[in-house]
Design a protein. Structure first.
Length: 116
């Protein structure tokens, strides 16, 4: 599966951004689609994931603020990010996987910068 992330940018704290990930490949609709992020000097961390049938899982740090969704007909997965905090600043990556914890294909990343 090839993945192309977009939608990053600069936003003030408390604002919102919507990330999108376009997936190519006939079987992409069968996979878990996840979002991860990596801040400067930190390890990459899980943000959210959604199963093929729409079950969602979130990191505690984003619960209630972020929402992941997918459109299998369009092969896209979105991450709506609200009430953004300075600590949300990172490069965000989308990924496709066979389980919620195993991802085999990664997009190129999109930068999200939250300013005060």
């Amino acid at each position: 599966v090839q993945l192309q992330a977009s939608g990053g940018g600069l936003v003030q704290a408390g604002g919102s951004l919507r990330l999108s990930c376009a997936a190519s490949g006939r079987t992409s609709g069968r996979y878990f689609m996840g979002w991860f992020r990596q801040a400067p000097g930190k390890e990459r961390e899980f943000v959210a994931t959604i199963s093929a049938i729409g079950a969602t899982y979130y990191a505690d740090s984003v619960k209630g603020r972020f929402a992941i969704s997918r459109d299998n007909a369009k092969n896209t997965v979105n991450l709506q990010m609200n009430s953004l905090k300075l600590e949300d600043t990172a490069v965000y990556y989308c990924a496709a996987g066979t389980t919620s914890t195993s991802y085999h294909d990664w997009g190129q990343g999109t930068q999200v910068t939250v300013s005060s």
